[in-house]
Design a protein around this ligand. Structure first.
Ligand code: NBP
Length: 485
């Protein structure tokens, strides 16, 4: 087979197969390969039959079927399989050829792989691909980063297959060097965790405090999806709540309350701690899944820790549902504000030039967190690319101030009724913390100075001057040399 294909894809599971079919439908000629070669046969004789898709029998066969510069995209399980395939490919590729990893790799791995592959005279792109099976087939959100020199060769294919917003702009653009693409995908997944948990907390309050049925909740989510909350996750929640089993029972009432996770939310929380960014909402959403997984312990605890309120509501239900809508909107704004703060911190740490408006555009379609609201985020960063925090953009500042009361009412009602709302609570605490001119960290710093001579700055002296007090009269004047803010 000689040099006919525009791109080769390795990995014929759900993502790889659907991406190949998407590429072919946009006029690209694709070569397909898989570790278990029988799956290649199965694919070319099945879903790929009659299409411009070549089934490669070996790595050599795959590589020799590609036009130069050769582009090979890995859609395999993240981790060692990616490194294994890189090492299998390198001996067969020529200078300037491109290896692309489209799996959910952790961004430090991508940083390492870019350096390694470039050291061999080749290029490496690590790209986030979001949208699951349907997105891969019909148009995903694609977030590429790595060797920038490789972008012009890959751009027509990626932008050709990506989801498009209403004006036809593709939900794919260059993110940045090194692991930037996979970093942005990781934050996307973290935001997805946060959005999902927020909807879950609202559902919990509707069900247990307001006593709403699945059908009633369906109607509310349907209405919300026609307004500012319009998003894929609200849309699927609406549909899930309407789904009934053969006996007419809503299926949601029969699904066990333990959530799984694949680890990208955990990465987001861990990296936030490493970068020192207060990514409280997403991190709480990861812990919420961990708590849900302790099903047996929770069942046992529910029999022991019986003290607490019995949920009851005697207020204006309609007005409270409006508060729920405002709470969800406000908490979402705060979660995205935190996610963007984290991307800004990472850009500084890793020397990436991230375009925050473009990132919002890439998430606007094709991916799980797609929503109307991302259009407003794009506008905010287009107006001011150096915006310190999304909450300070005039549009969002007005919105959050209009909705904060709803968030406050809902969070306090939930606590009064014994309903756990870790993410709503994280949102209102962040809002109040961020807008507080003087936090109690003066006391904290005094405590640190008391037991560890860590020193403090004073309100009546310029910043950067450090003081130590001999609090007990027993300590000396020697202060610790490290003052880490
Ligand atoms: P999987 O993550 O299930 O991976 C299946 C592919 O990995 C198959 O081609 C399999 O080959 C190959 N593979 C495995 Br498993 N172990 C291997 C090994 N040790 N060496 C070489 N190849 C190995 O597929 P997927 O769900 O299509 O996802 C592909 C990538 O895209 C993953 O990184 C995933 O996290 C990411 N992603 C998935 C989704 C989604 O909705 N599923 C969405 C976005 C991103 P075999 O056939 O020979 O076993």
């Amino acid at each position: 087979m000689n040099e006919v294909s525009d791109i080769g894809v390795i990995g014929l599971a759900v993502m790889g197969e659907n991406l190949i079919l998407n590429m072919e439908s946009k006029g690209f000629h694709v070569s397909a390969y898989n570790r278990s070669v029988d799956k290649v046969e199965h694919f070319v004789n099945g879903r790929a039959k009659g299409k411009n898709i070549y089934g490669a029998k070996s790595i050599e066969d795959l590589v020799s079927s590609l036009k130069s510069p050769r582009k090979v995209m890995l859609m395999v399980k993240a981790g060692k399989p990616v490194d294994d395939f890189i090492d299998l490919l390198i001996p067969h590729l020529n200078k300037g050829d491109i290896i692309i990893d489209g799996g959910n790799s952790h961004f430090p791995d991508t940083e390492r792989r870019v350096k390694y592959v470039e050291s061999k005279g080749l290029y490496f792109i690590g790209t986030g691909v979001s949208g699951g099976e349907e997105g891969a087939l019909l148009g995903p959100s694609i977030m590429p980063g790595g060797s920038k020199e490789a972008w012009p060769a890959v751009k027509p294919i990626f932008q050709g297959i990506a989801a498009k917003v209403a004006d036809g702009t593709p939900c794919c653009d260059w993110v940045g060097t090194g692991g930037a693409g996979h970093f942005v995908k990781m934050v996307h997944n973290g935001i997805e965790y946060g959005d999902m948990q927020l909807i879950n907390e609202i559902y919990h309050i509707m069900k247990n405090v307001l006593g709403m049925s699945a059908g009633e909740m369906h109607e509310v989510f349907k209405e919300w999806n026609e307004g500012e909350l319009d998003s894929y996750l609200i849309e699927i929640t609406r549909d899930i709540l309407a789904y009934k089993e053969a006996d007419g029972t809503p299926i949601i009432d029969r699904i066990l309350d333990t959530a799984g996770q694949k680890g990208t939310g955990k990465w987001t929380g861990t990296v936030a701690l490493e970068l020192g960014v207060p990514l409280t909402l997403i991190t709480e959403s990861v812990f919420a899944r961990c708590l849900s997984a302790l099903k047996d312990e929770r069942v046992a605890a529910s029999k022991v820790l019986t003290a607490g309120p019995t949920p009851a509501f005697d207020g204006d239900k309609k007005a409270f549902i409006d508060h729920l809508r405002d709470a969800l909107y406000a908490a979402k704004v705060i979660s995205y504000a935190q996610g963007y703060q984290m991307m800004k911190a990472a850009a500084k740490e890793y020397n990436w030039e991230l375009s925050y408006g473009n990132i919002a555009l890439m998430w606007r379609g094709g991916c799980i967190i797609r929503s109307r609201f991302l259009g407003n985020i794009k506008e905010a960063f287009d107006k001011n690319p150096d915006l310190a925090n999304l909450l300070l953009d005039p549009y969002f500042a007005e919105k959050i101030q209009a909705c904060q009361n709803g968030l406050r009412q809902v969070t306090s009602t939930a606590i009064q009724n014994g309903i756990p709302v870790p993410c709503l609570n994280a949102a209102i605490s962040f809002y109040d913390g961020y807008r507080t001119e003087r936090l109690p960290a003066n006391l904290l710093q005094a405590q640190r100075d008391y037991f560890g001579a860590h020193t403090y700055e004073r309100t009546d002296q310029p910043r950067g001057q450090f003081f130590h007090t001999n609090w007990t009269g027993r300590g000396g004047d020697t202060a610790s040399t490290t003052y880490d803010v």
